[in-house]
Design a binder for this molecule. Sequence first.
Ligand code: ZN
Length: 373
Amino acid sequence: MLKSSLTIMKVAGIPIRIHVSFLIILPFFSWVIATNIGQIARMAAIDPGNVALNPLIIGFILAVMLFISVTFHEISHSLVAQKKGIKINSITLMLLGGVAQMDDDLQNPKDEALMAAAGPLFSLIFGGLLLFIIRPMITGFNADIRLMVYYLGYINIFLAIFNLLPAFPSDGGRILRSLIALKTSHYKATKIATAIGKAFALLMGFYGFLYGQIILMLIAFFIYIGASQEKETSLMRDVFGPFKVKDLMTEKVITVREDITISELLDKMLKEKHSGYPVVDSEGNLSGCVTLEDIKDISEQSQELKSVEEVMACNIISVHPEEDLFEAFKKMSRSEIGRLMVIEDGELIGILTRSDIMKAHQLKIVKDKKENK
Ligand SMILES: [Zn+2]
């Protein structure tokens, strides 16, 4: 989903990207603002008759300013994260605001609360500055400028309040989780915060449904999905946390040579009940891996003729034995590959499969029982 985005600039070394959905949402926002210009003018105590610019132009300028505000909101989060030693890979602006891609979550509750608060704090200060300091200074300016300053201030304060709602994984939800995490474990805190977030999303969705507010229903849906994903990640971290790759890898690696035929490979698979093998060349160097998936569509005649070398999938994803299991798990899910090669000093010393990783769950239960005794 995040692949379909374009880097537009860099701030403090962080690439700021825009998602393709942005190209749809920007004209849409401009149009929504344009159709409400009269109402916005009345809210700002401006006579709508004095607004000179085309409403669509005002809408477009405000929509762009709104996204710039969202960008600064995200940058505020990121700068605090960077100060706490978390690497921010990029910020992507999309349909419902922005997403900062981080290498890792903050584990220290106080740091997390600080980071979560930084974004809304920026929005609040910026909105307050526009509404309460700049606006009184420009009373003599033309209606268009006064209207834009008012609306930008208003929307930034709205952004701050909206993000502070305790609807995990929103900023407010993260602050709530860190407060709970001060008293209990990170995992339990996530569980409580996500439950509150989900309840909030359901309520919001129900309200949106009752009053025909489609945007509200959409936001509620995203909050619900976000809360579920966050809980999953936190559970994984809790289960995988104590283990390293070397704890769960299969050490006795059976390899196949790249010059054997597919039918020989099939016989071996049936006999050894393995669905995949690392492949080595005639010198014994790792050259790829082959799985049942790679050969399942090959006709029976070709099985006798084709060699493993011709069909093997060559992209090997490797991990170091000392790497955290959670990192290996993330690598595996990102690459959508079922097995990772464990390589130390250029040598294949093991293999880590999805089922090896899943053993962590049982081991964790045993470990916890032992520690609680
Ligand atoms: Zn935020």
